[in-house]
Design a protein around this ligand. Sequence first.
Ligand code: H2U
Length: 323
Amino acid sequence: MEAHPHRRFDPLYREWVLVSPQRMARPWQGAVEPVTLSPEYVWREDCPLCPRAMRANGEVNPDYQGPFVFPNDFPALLPAPAEVAPHPLFQAESVSGECRVICYAPEHNASLGSLGVRGVSAAVDVWSEQYSELIRRWEWVQIFENRGEMMGCSNPHPHGQIWAQDRVPSRPARLGESYLESPGLLSEIISAESGGERVVIETADWLVWVPFWAAWPFEVMVAPKRPAPSLAGLAHHEREELAAVLVELLRRYDRLFGAPFPYSFGWMNAPASFTGSWHLFGQYFPPLLRSATVRKHMVGYELLCEAQRDLTPESAAGRLRAG
Ligand code: H2U
């Protein structure tokens, strides 16, 4: 498998990925994107996420000291569902929900990883509280973060988002089907990966690894070894260990190419009315491939057929471990 094309199956989302390790030797003439450095200011009046600054809707943020959550002024989901017309071919359905923004810290020039274990612990607590509050009213609560311009992040101030809605979206719905059909699936995967060549960080309670079927070059999963259904179901020691694990992972990411590592990250917490046994995990999807400027594009074959990668997950894990 180290030198020949093969396909790998993701049993969680039920997708295949084409792995072509022999292509790593090819000359590279793809895009080289310029590195844009975040402005190094601790506070910026013109940043709507900074303490005491005015947001787009005219509200002034409080002088917050720790994590600060506010309703997204440009929400993708609205609380009241709209009427949709039935049609046999062009199916539509109503959806309702709410969106929030989480500023992890007041410092404009920080990143989640740079906040250290205390700062990340505070973020873990806020993620967990937000999930607990929103899951009482909504079926699905998606906590996520886009880091870096490359991932469409609109502002370098360290922040994430929450979208809560009345319906389980497509990918988590597929994940739910896998959990219902194969109870204990993620526990089995974790046991099989533990101590192995795809592990990046392993502690008593947590495993961070490049999944066997990872689509993005340095994609990783973060999961508690005990099958807690959500962040809210974690024990105190699991939360504390999680903060340390995330700080370590984010440092390794930033060290890999010597620059802030862009990614999309999110938590897969249990839906409100899920009847099987859900196993929480987090996923990082970073676009970088060869350097801080050379990224992987999901184009051509990937758009038309399925994800494809050259660097094997085993090599990616090795590089993240060594970093
Ligand atoms: P992103 O950087 O991932 O786009 O997240 C920033 C969010 O902050 C974005 O969803 C919101 C945007 O709608 N925002 C506000 O709610 N108010 C503002 O004044 C600016 C940005």
